[in-house]
Design a protein around this ligand. Structure first.
Ligand code: HEM
Length: 528
């Protein structure tokens, strides 16, 4: 034993005798995780969160969250002697006068964009593979909470520098708060400490941005990962993989090494992008003044869909007893997002209600084998993309020489027509892919080799597929629709008839599929 090993052994013994950590570590470090590239998406979210914490801490050393008026005396000459808030002046100071400050600001902003993107892509992976099903519904809801918080945290972050762009965003948030019937005006007075923009908003959102939300994030992410640990990770179907086992590699050393390396890759890529690609050049926008707005104002991408929805709403307002209700802000700014996010959070329960499936699922679905769910996902993505496009309608208009009204009307019609169309097309595509799978299992792979038979007929030679692939293509279940009769066995109409009917229709639509090949089908073909 070398001296170094002896020291390591002594330290390990010392810690173990006091904490009993060895048995716990032995058990947990050998835990097996299934392997698939798509399981890295959650990790990217995790690592960008760590990057956000590190770079954000650096920024707090110089950022001054105050709306006190100052005259800029820093080294950026175009803004010299301009009156501005201390917050904006300190953000300029970080960008131009603190060593490495601009790089850190850019790392922080790029990491926020990547964090939000990674969360969304991770969510889509979980959704399209059905990983949210029992017993993981709670983790799904936690995920939706994390996504919502990430959007809010990002918005508060880019509102802090108090430049013209961020002030414009805060103005929209102010309008959305005010649109809430009855309490809106009071809430806005409360948030802004009086009339907009006031003197207290930035110090308040600063505390929420650097203390409150990161704390909540840390707690929720910890619970999220503990649940992944406790419930075990799902796995894709394949030979030897069942609902009762986990096929993969142990955490130590395989995943420890992979995860460590991957963290540095994410950090490296974020730092590289931040070093070469400018993001949020606040010095170009100037300080915020409520009377001004810069052309082409765009929020960060995760807010763009919301801005797009608000921009496309027709100007509808009603007056009740001297009060104005601005439906054009209330519906796109609060009601639609509220319905979308609540619907997403409840989706695992809605799906299990439709299918009547209350069992645990640890094997993932291939998206084509759940056509309804996949189509619903495609429909939601289409909705968001149309809204996002309208969020950039002014820039699209100037770049492509279009009229802003054309884009507005295009997206107004598009948001109603395209999502259902995406649903129908995706569902048909999934069923076609199922048909292709069935053909592959029954008739094997086309080799491209043509044979001419003695009769003169040309036939293509097919090659049987491997048993592993055949297993993968046929391992899924095809449950029949729920048998919900309108009348019970004695001919009496069931209570909740309409609800039953709706459930039955949805269950039938959900169960639509191409029958997978059975052993009998195969035998019949072999017989031929
Ligand atoms: C701060 C944001 C988030 C972080 C850091 C995070 C992190 C992770 C990690 C590292 C995993 C294990 C690896 C993987 O399956 O990718 C995971 C699994 C999971 N996440 Fe997230 N996640 C976040 C947000 C979300 C969101 C928005 C959802 C969905 C609404 C979600 C739902 C789930 C579920 C259901 C699992 C278990 C998946 C399985 O066992 O297959 N997470 N998360």
């Amino acid at each position: 034993m070398t001296a170094r090993e002896r020291v390591a052994g002594t330290v390990a013994n010392y810690v173990d005798e006091r904490t009993g950590a060895a048995a716990w570590m032995k058990k947990n470090l050998q835990k097996v995780f299934p392997d698939h590239w798509s399981f890295m998406l959650g990790e990217i979210a995790l690592y960008s969160f760590v990057i956000l914490l590190l770079s954000g801490t650096f920024l707090t050393f110089w950022f001054d969250p105050s709306m006190r008026h100052v005259v800029y005396e820093g080294s950026y000459q175009p803004l010299k002697d301009v009156e501005m808030s201390a917050a904006y002046a300190s953000a300029l100071h970080i960008s131009f006068d603190v060593r490495g400050g601009l790089l850190m600001r850019q790392i922080h902003h790029w990491a926020a964009l990547i964090f939000a993107a990674a969360i969304v892509v991770h969510l889509l992976r979980v959704f399209f593979t059905g990983a949210f099903r029992k017993p993981r519904e709670f983790n799904w809801i936690l995920g939706i909470a994390l996504l919502t918080l990430a959007i809010v945290e990002g918005f508060l972050g880019y509102s802090l520098p108090d430049d013209l762009l961020s002030g414009t965003g805060v103005r929209i948030a102010h309008a959305i708060i005010q649109s809430i019937p009855v309490v809106g005006t009071y809430l806005s007075f409360f948030a802004f400490g009086g009339a907009f923009p006031g003197e207290v908003f930035i110090p308040r959102i600063y505390i929420v941005h650097v203390l409150l939300l990161p704390g909540i994030f840390l707690a929720l992410i910890t619970v999220h990962l503990m649940l992944v640990w406790y419930q075990k990770h799902t796995q894709y179907p394949g030979p030897g993989r069942t609902e009762k086992n986990v096929v993969g590699y142990p955490l130590m050393p395989v995943y420890m090494a992979k995860a460590g390396g991957f963290f540095f890759i994410v950090f490296g890529v974020t730092a590289f992008i931040s070093a070469v690609a400018s993001i949020n050049p606040i010095w170009l926008y100037g300080p915020y003044t409520p009377g001004q707005i810069s052309a082409g104002s765009q929020p960060d991408w995760y807010m763009g869909w919301l801005d797009g929805l608000v921009r496309m709403a027709p100007p509808i307002e009603t007056y009740f007893f001297g009060y104005t209700v601005s439906w054009n802000i209330l519906i796109p700014g609060l009601i639609v997002p509220g319905i979308l996010f609540t619907g997403m959070a409840l989706y695992p329960f809605i799906e299990s209600w439709i299918t009547g499936d209350k069992r645990e699922h640890h094997l993932l679905d291939r998206p084509r084998n759940a056509p309804n769910r996949t189509a619903l996902g495609a429909m939601s993505i289409t909705f968001m993309i149309v809204a996002l496009i309208n969020g950039g309608n002014d820039l699209i208009a100037t770049h492509f020489d279009l009229s802003i009204n054309q884009i507005m009307w295009g997206t107004r019609i598009g948001i109603l027509v395209l999502p259902p169309l995406a649903f129908v097309i995706t569902k048909r595509l999934c069923l076609s892919l199922q048909r292709a799978d069935r053909e592959l299992v029954l008739h094997g792979r086309e080799t491209g080799r043509l044979l001419r038979l003695p009769s003169g007929e040309f036939v293509e030679v097919h090659e049987p597929i491997s048993p592993e692939l055949a297993w993968k293509l046929t391992a899924h279940e095809q449950a029949p629709p729920l048998a919900l009769e309108d009348v019970d066995t004695r001919g009496v109409r069931r209570a909740g008839g309409l609800k039953n009917k709706l459930r039955k229709r949805m269950s039938e639509a959900n169960a639509e599929s191409i029958a997978k090949p059975t052993a009998n089908d195969l035998k019949e073909i072999e017989h031929h």
